[in-house]
Design a protein around this ligand. Sequence first.
Ligand code: ADP
Ligand code: MG
Length: 655
Amino acid sequence: MALIDLSGISKTYAVGKDIAVKALKSIDLKIEQGEFVALMGPSGSGKSTLLAILGMLDRSDGGSYKLNGKEISALPDHEAAMLRNRFFGFIFQSFNLLPRLDILTNVLLPFIYSPEGITQKSRQKVASLMERVGLADRLRHSPTEISGGQQQRVAVVRAIANDPLVILADEPTGNLDSKSTEDIINMLVELNKNGNTIIMVTHNPDLAKYATRVLVLKDGQIIDDKIQASVKPGKTVYNTEFGKKKNGLSISPDSIKNYVKEALLSLKANKLRSFLSIIGVMIGVAAVIAMLAIGTGAKTAVEKSLSNLGTNLLMVSTSRRSGGISLGSDAVTRFNFEDLAALKKIEGVKNAIPYVNGSAQAVYGGRNWRTSIVGTETEYQSIKDSVPANGRFFTKSEVATRAKVAVIGSNVAKELFLEENPIGKSIRINRINFQVVGVLPEKGSAGFQNMDDQIIVPVTTAMYRLIGTDYINRFDVQAENPEVLSEIEAAIPATLGKLHRLQESQYEQIDVRNMADIQKAMNETIQTLTYLLGSIAAVSLLVGGIGIMNIMLVIVMERTREIGLRKALGAQNSDIMTQFLVEGTLICLIGGIIGILFGTSIAMIMSAIFGWNTLVSGGSVILAFSFSIFTGIVFSLWPARRAARLLPIEALRYE
Ligand code: ADP
Ligand code: MG
């Protein structure tokens, strides 16, 4: 049984729409183990095409190809790859060494794609072969640092490292000077003497002399077949068994380590390009982190300030909407203490307090501070959860007697008293002496005003001594529980409207706002804002991802020949796919990590500048991190698939 048995092998290339080139016309050929075949013939006669079909780099259109008796012309891709890895060693005219990898890694490539991987044994084998070709001291060099003759010697080592059954060489000396040519041909002769089957394409009749058999092709047909020497049985016995099937996806810790290493080398080989694509992802991830942080921060800030306004509260004021113009203190309806008494009598109302607002200059010692004045009643401290942290609130009798006492906000205390304790001290408000009886707890901003920057005095004092008005600006009404809020809300305009003898159509002058409604509206606004920010961030991540896809397509195109070579050495489609997925994902991962750091700094800077409470949560970091990996995989998927699906022979021919 012949090692190689072709019958009726043909190959036609379609050139353009309707031109077909018949590169091989029904070739019948038997090659025995141990033969050294020189394949000759004019340019374009089909030599390379035949060699590619023999090496499973290409497929014939029809006919049968038996290797050691087994029909292999219609094997699926992954089995064909396994055959290339196990049984064929390729030597190319242009060497096809990968310049990014050092020489040792280049010659170890066939083992990466073998089922066993790189083993101690394979390392030893490669080391001794490199010794024999006199390049043992160049293992860590780049292939670009040695001469063409040396490169081809390395390529021969790569071809034979995995003990192939058949060595296929396409004009291996075509790019070499005569001395190197001699070196290479001697190596091939020696390999043949050891039992290797060799098929070599050559134009050079001097080289053909070394072969045991010369085949001449013309126009896709064998026109001459001459045996020059008998074949002796080789010393080495070659394994002609088909190996075990390597399973689908090649993901082991070892291979992933290798992929990551190669991806890093590739990123390093093109620093500027890698940097730019990393930046793209980084901006996207940073945007996600910062936007989420700002959104969450704003939400918590608003929630806190809303809770400062009190719960179960209705705010009653005279409408400023009447006639579409601001009526301010000229509103038709002016509140008074009768209104307050009526509000307290509405069913379900727990309490109600009046507000009189103004502003004034407060003076203590040499310092003065302009701040807002709030006149109210004793219940303020319970309704607004503002029991003084230091001192006390004013009492009901102090309200009744228009006492000149003041409870000051923490900010006012700081401005007027610095470190001094304000309790019992006398301050001048609009040139009237007030005694400070309490300092309010620190509250922060409450939506409309800074709760810490105000002075609270009895409502009567404010009206008749300090501001000089005879009406109340607004009321806060506290409900007994949230369920009755809306009933009370509905009852208030009528109750007050009747007191002021308003027509029903004028009830709108009395404006009632439900704090819960405000809270809900605010929350919805914030939520919308967060989504908006989030989608802006997602768009920038998308743009980064498209950048990745773009760069991956360029990388795949640039490395088409490399992909062809890897496939010739036995890389499965899944190997190629994994390699490019790892590379794309790595770019995104690096971008993602830098982006998280960058986004966190942005969030911190924003909070420092605007005094926001920005929050970078662990959740958003994990989200951004997985998002960037996801982006990497999704956007390299298509380029990686394209790479994986390249036909080996076409990839190798790519210029
Ligand atoms: P040789 O190696 O003997 O010079 P080839 O096997 O490379 O010849 O080519 C045989 C014929 O097939 C030539 O006419 C060549 O133009 C044609 N051919 C080879 N590859 C392709 C291809 N990918 N597409 C179209 N025509 C091709
Ligand atoms: Mg050729």
